[in-house]
Design a protein around this ligand. Structure first.
Ligand SMILES: Nc1ncnc2c1ncn2[C@@H]1O[C@H](COP(=O)(O)OP(=O)(O)OP(=O)(O)O)[C@@H](O)[C@H]1O
Ligand SMILES: [Mg+2]
Length: 276
């Protein structure tokens, strides 16, 4: 049984119901229902502007206090994120869900070594000292980064390493869900596969769930259990990966798939990708 199948019975870690995000009168992201369960990878795909990132921002409680009007419900680790205080949302971020962005190097403070950056993130959640060092060391091992990477500055690692480090920080925080917005689109194809393989292994070995936003259906086909297709702010198709990628009758999904020549390849294991 795969981690995804095992997760199907467990209670959801993220549960979205009747979510609608509006700017003015325009609904930019409407998601009737979406669950992420332990060990599952749920992918959100769709063209630029379809509302994917907005969905992630709502899940992380990052739209509260902005121009966005949010209705419906987003429960993360048992906490309702819609309309919640920044203090509460801030404590859920990191502990119940962690965000990994497209280009981690851009968002890492360039004046701090990676080890210090990780310890800062942990300290915000009350994890310090020997416990923090132990967690960081274990997380670096989990993403196959050398221990001495903690002594380097963000500009001293590659894009792929920076992305592994971002994932390691999420792992060290103990977040059961990693929300990733185009985590590999700034990386070249080999490194993309490597980073996805890291997420996939965390899923199998630690049951970490992944909510993955991606343009790349070929990539999604190799890692996702469940796929949500968005267009113009609405969900136009959703289902398990096999159904959406191979048996969907939704014209928009078919059109997206027709644009992907690589689809149909088997899932690559991390060992195949990295030669480890
Ligand atoms: N702060 C804002 N004010 C007004 N409109 C916004 C704001 N943020 C996003 N939007 C609009 O919401 C829509 C959805 O944006 P979103 O960033 O979620 O799309 P996306 O699917 O992530 O696109 P991409 O693939 O290009 O990242 C877009 O039309 C965007 O212009
Ligand atoms: Mg986006």
């Amino acid at each position: 049984m795969t981690a995804g199948a095992a997760g199907a019975a467990a209670a959801p870690l993220v549960s979205v119901r009747d979510l609608a995000v509006r700017y003015g009168d325009r609904v930019v992201s409407a998601v009737p229902t979406l669950d992420v369960r332990p060990g599952q990878c749920v992918a959100v795909v769709g063209e630029s502007g379809s509302g994917k990132s907005t969905l992630l921002l709502a899940v992380l409680g990052l739209l509260n206090g902005t121009a966005a009007r949010v209705s419906g419900s987003v429960v993360v680790g048992g906490t309702e994120m819609v309309g919640v205080s920044e203090r509460t949302a801030g404590s859920v971020r990191g502990s119940a869900v962690s965000l990994v962005l497209q280009s981690p190097q851009g968002s890492l403070n360039p004046t701090m070594r990676l080890g210090r950056l990780a310890r800062h993130a942990l300290r915000r959640h009350g994890i310090r000292g020997a416990e923090a060092r132990r967690r960081v060391a274990e997380a670096l091992e989990a993403v196959r980064l050398p221990a001495d990477v903690v002594d380097r500055y963000p500009h001293e690692v590659s894009g792929g390493q920076a992305q592994r480090f971002a994932i390691a920080t999420a792992v060290a925080l103990g977040a059961p869900v990693i929300a990733a917005d185009e985590p590999t689109s700034a990386l070249d194809v080999t490194v993309q596969a490597e980073v996805m393989a890291v997420l996939d292994r965390l899923r199998r070995e630690q049951g970490t769930a992944v909510l993955l936003v991606s343009h790349d259906l070929a990539l999604v086909s190799t890692v996702a259990d469940h796929v949500v297709v968005m267009k113009d702010g609405a969900v136009v198709d959703a289902g398990d990966v096999d159904h959406v990628l191979h048996r969907s009758t939704v014209p928009y999904t078919r059109a997206l798939l027709d644009a992907v020549p690589r689809l149909g390849h088997d899932r690559a294991t991390e060992e195949e990708v990295t030669g480890a």
